[in-house]
Each structure stands twice: as structure tokens, then as C-alpha cells.
Design a protein around this ligand. Structure first.
Ligand SMILES: Nc1ncnc2c1ncn2[C@@H]1O[C@H](COP(=O)(O)OP(=O)(O)O)[C@@H](O)[C@H]1O
Ligand SMILES: [Mg+2]
Length: 229
């Protein structure tokens, strides 16, 4: 597998509203990279992540994951694709009536994973430094801890690719930085990480490859990173 994520001349138009969310977007992301997609609200970041998950399909062009053209994937192959891609949102979307551990085992069960659920879930909680909170319910955790649990849940199937859509959108600067450091650790251990964020601070603080979207166009791809070089 050469590239984890490959976009070839991808255009996405939302037909109902005639919105050109992405225009002729072209890039490659290699295994092990940490990449930001940044740009203002409405620039097309979330659309791009939805295409990677094949929640939506391109109007033109092609998206390939691990060398596989998503247009050729059968419906029955989608669960496997999504098991191999972890997803973190701005709001943690944890189930309020389940403990941290149960949120993870629940997610694991839904993927059809075979093995010891609890052991695997505990491993993921350890990875985010919150094994001691395994019995806590979401309401008993700080916002930062809730987001760490959400990251653990995204990692519970040990996916090679982690997508984060505005992962620090609800957090104060210090907590945002902790989340960013955690994502960096996850990346160092080998997971490819893609972070969509409108936050200049984030992108400037931990400098990594940065792709800038402006009204659906990829206007910059900078290996050195940082927003305002
Ligand atoms: N499901 C949808 N239907 C119609 N238009 C959409 C839909 N999702 C997003 N858009 C539009 O596409 C553009 C890009 O949106 P989005 O990808 O959410 O940007 P970002 O995540 O960078 O804020 C915006 O103009 C938005 O209004
Ligand atoms: Mg968005």
C-alpha cells in the first residue's frame, strides 16, 4: 500500500443546494503522516472527511483508501472500511447511560470485532491515560476527558487511520493542547492522523503538514506546516 488516502481531481457538488463544496481537489497522504486540513467554516473540510468514510461520493474524480477506489467498494464492504478508520467529532457523542468502558465495548461490539472486548477497550483507555476512569459516566468527566474517551473509542479497533473533525472545537486552549499532544502520540505510535480544524492556533502550535481549503479549493499544501508562514 503506497498511499493511505488519495484524492484525484475530486469535486463534490451538493445537488439540492448547488453548493460546490470541493473543487478539483488533488492530494496524497502517506502511511504514518499527520496532516491538517484547515480553512474557514464552509471551506469543505467536513465534506472531505465524509468522502474518506464514503458517507458521500464524489461528483467527479476518485477517492482511494489504501489503494482501493471507494467507487468500486460494495455496500457489504463498507463496515470493514469503517472499522479501519477511527472518527472523532467536535462533540464527543458518548452514550450518557454507559460508563467509559461500556461506551468502548459497545462500539467494539457494533463493529463485529471478535476477541476479548473488555481487554481491548481497557487497552484503548490506557492509550489515552484514562484507564482509572473506566467506571465513570460521561457526565462525571471533564470535557477534555470526555474527548479523550471519544478518542479511545475511535482507536478501539486499532484503526490505521484516524479522522478528527474539529476535535478541540468545544475545549479551552490548555485542554485543546492536551488533546493535540494525545493525537500526536497516537501518530507517533504509527496511526495516520488527519485533523480538520479552522483553528489557526492549533495548526501553528504543533506544526505538521497543512493543507488549506478555501471555498472548496485546495490552495496550499505545506509540508512544514503552520498557518501563517
Ligand atoms: N449535506 C449538505 N447539503 C448541502 N450543502 C452542504 C451539505 N454539507 C455541507 N454543505 C455545504 O458545503 C460547503 C462545505 O461545507 P463543510 O464541508 O461542512 O465545510 P467545513 O467543514 O469546512 O465548515 C458549505 O457551503 C456547506 O454549506
Ligand atoms: Mg466542518
Amino acid at each position: 500500500m503506497r498511499f493511505v488516502v488519495e484524492f484525484r481531481h475530486v469535486t463534490k457538488t451538493y445537488a439540492r443546494t448547488h453548493t460546490h463544496a470541493l473543487k478539483n481537489v488533488d492530494f496524497l497522504i502517506r502511511k504514518g503522516e499527520f496532516v491538517y486540513f484547515t480553512g474557514h467554516s464552509g471551506a469543505g473540510k467536513s465534506t472531505l472527511l465524509s468522502l474518506v468514510l464514503r458517507r458521500i461520493t464524489p461528483s467527479e474524480g476518485a477517492v482511494a483508501i489504501a489503494g482501493q477506489d471507494l467507487a468500486l467498494l460494495r455496500e457489504s464492504q463498507l463496515p470493514l472500511l469503517r472499522r479501519r478508520i477511527g472518527m472523532v467529532f467536535q462533540d464527543h457523542r458518548l452514550l450518557p447511560k454507559l460508563s467509559s468502558l461500556d461506551n468502548l465495548t459497545f462500539a467494539l461490539r457494533a463493529t463485529g470485532y471478535r476477541g476479548n472486548y473488555e481487554q481491548r477497550a481497557l487497552g484503548a483507555l490506557r492509550q489515552v491515560g484514562l484507564a482509572h476512569k473506566r467506571k465513570a459516566y460521561p457526565i462525571e468527566l471533564s470535557l477534555g476527558e470526555q474527548q479523550r474517551i471519544a478518542i479511545a473509542r475511535a482507536l478501539v479497533t486499532d484503526p490505521p487511520l484516524l479522522l478528527c473533525d474539529e476535535p478541540t472545537g468545544n475545549l479551552d486552549p490548555d485542554t485543546s493542547w492536551e488533546i493535540l499532544e494525545l493525537l500526536n502520540d497516537v501518530n507517533i505510535k504509527g496511526t495516520t492522523v488527519i485533523v480538520a480544524t479552522h483553528s489557526r492556533d492549533l495548526v501553528d502550535r504543533l506544526k505538521r503538514r497543512t493543507m488549506v481549503l478555501r471555498s472548496g479549493e485546495l490552495v496550499r499544501d505545506d509540508d512544514r506546516g503552520g498557518y501563517s508562514l
